[in-house]
Design a binder for this molecule. Structure first.
Ligand SMILES: [Zn+2]
Length: 471
């Protein structure tokens, strides 16, 4: 199968030019002007952008949490991703207490079997190192393509680890070439604040934010940065939501430390007043860290523009409002934490970031594709549009008008964080390794086409011998 894409505006993290792109099999084989080649399929992309398929480094599909399971499984979640121009994601495989990493990974691979529409990898979420040989097993995972270790510094009594577990994992990562990822919030302090709020009779969704003040995120971010420095491991702070967390990341990076951070789409658009919406509507915005005050939105735009933060993920962790969020109708601490977003990241960041002049088109590609691919061992097979890369290509119509709504999205969730938002610019055709996934507003591929990707170790290229992450 070969595809010739004619006359599109090729946009990568560094380049922007009009060209034809020829795909032979699953890889991009030629990019040039006015290519005259026979192809099984010709796509006219004049007036469109050709973007590398986006990479989402932070999703939770089919994940048990808070007494229920996220409503999107691999098939529905990846369908939503494909419609949003995302062709590869890295999901979290969560180690159960007392479980080996091998057993956890087997369960997660089973969840994906036969359902994959896009490519994916796994981060391992370390919750328990007390088992016999756990540290040794953890050290072997990067050789199997699982090259990032995630730790939760919050969710006391559930996923949270103590500092010993965090630090020991960092020490392993320093030796094995894994990237340590942290959910940075002080879970002990938050647990006290939640108990006090409930004891005082505060049960509404807005108390989710009031019991997780920005300082608890800032403290944990700084603690993780300092401990990673001692252990000698690289660190990636997930879902940075506020100034208190941006500042220690900026300080560490200014010193040249191996620290990176991401934020998520929702933190640019949803503020803490959304949690006050009546009739339990506020529960739709209960995710962690919580929506912050509006001033933090400018802090985050500045951070992604200036390189303090390196990626924008979705943290897609979808729980329906009716039936799942409602578990916490009488107690905000029982509302499953998480929000959707896998489908709308590119549309939202293109419209409000690029069109409204906050970031450049190149920087958008870097934040949504190139930088996550580099950090998570997928580059240059993923995250760029170049000869030799996987032909994961988004033909993006920069003028297409879309009204975002739960009525037309592809996730199974019953609400959308950006309900009613009008955006200009949306994917028109999406290719995964040369196969057309999406066109004419329809999914045209079948589950099973997506693959598991064994990722390269931190700093290394997935193919070739170069260094993926700039020194
Ligand atoms: Zn998450």
């Amino acid at each position: 199968m070969s595809v010739l894409i004619k006359g599109g505006r090729v946009v990568t993290a560094s380049d922007d030019y009009v060209a034809d792109v020829f795909v032979d099999g699953e890889r991009v084989s030629l990019i040039g002007e006015s290519l005259e080649l026979d192809a099984d399929r010709v796509i006219d992309a004049r007036g469109k952008y050709l973007l590398p398929g986006c990479v989402d480094p932070h999703t939770h599909l089919d994940m048990p949490f808070g007494g229920t399971t996220t409503i999107d499984d691999v098939e529905s979640g990846q369908t939503a991703a494909a419609f949003g121009g995302t062709t590869c994601h890295v999901d979290f495989c969560i180690q159960g207490k007392g479980q080996t990493f091998a057993d956890a990974l087997a369960i997660w691979h089973e969840k994906a079997a036969g359902k994959q529409l896009i490519d994916m990898g796994y981060h391992i979420a370390v919750t328990d190192l007390s088992g016999e040989g756990a540290l040794e097993e953890l050290a072997r995972l990067p050789d199997q393509g699982v090259t990032s270790y995630k730790l939760f510094m919050a969710y006391k009594g559930a996923l949270m680890v103590d500092d010993e577990t965090l630090f020991r994992t960092m020490e392993v990562a320093a030796k094995t070439g894994a990237l340590v990822m942290v959910h940075a919030e002080n879970g002990d302090a938050i647990d006290v604040l939640v108990k006090q709020a409930l004891a005082a009779g505060h049960t509404e969704p807005r108390w989710h934010a009031l019991t997780r003040p920005p300082e608890t995120e800032g403290e944990a971010t700084n603690r993780a940065i300092q401990l990673a420095r001692v252990a000698g491991s690289p660190l990636y702070v997930v879902h940075v939501s506020c100034k208190e967390s941006v500042e220690p990341i900026a300080a560490a990076r200014a010193k040249g430390w191996e620290v990176w951070g991401e934020t998520c789409t929702q933190y640019f658009f949803i503020d803490d007043t959304f949690l006050e919406r009546p009739n339990f509507e506020g529960a739709k915005y209960v995710y962690t860290p919580p929506p912050r005050d509006k001033a933090n939105q400018d802090v985050l735009w500045d951070a992604v523009r200036t390189g303090v933060l390196s990626a924008i993920s979705t943290d897609h962790c979808a729980f329906s409002w009716d039936g799942q969020k409602s578990l916490g109708r009488d107690d905000f601490s029982k509302i499953p934490n998480g929000g959707p977003g896998l489908e709308n990241r590119l549309q939202m960041i293109h419209h409000f970031g690029v069109r409204e002049g906050r970031i450049t088109l190149n920087r958008m590609v870097e934040l949504l594709a190139t930088s996550p691919a580099r950090l998570f061992g997928l580059y240059p097979r993923k995250g760029t549009l170049a000869v030799g890369s996987d032909a994961d290509i988004v033909v993006f119509d920069p003028e297409k008008r879309v009204t975002i709504s739960a009525a037309n999205h592809h996730s199974r969730i019953d609400y959308n964080l950006y309900e009613g938002t009008e955006v200009v610019g949306s994917p028109e055709v999406v290719l995964l390794r040369g196969h057309v996934l999406l066109e004419g507003g329809e999914l045209v591929a079948s589950p099973g086409i997506g693959q598991y990707v064994a990722r390269a170790k931190f700093g290394q290229e997935l193919t070739g011998t170069g260094r993926a992450v700039p020194a």
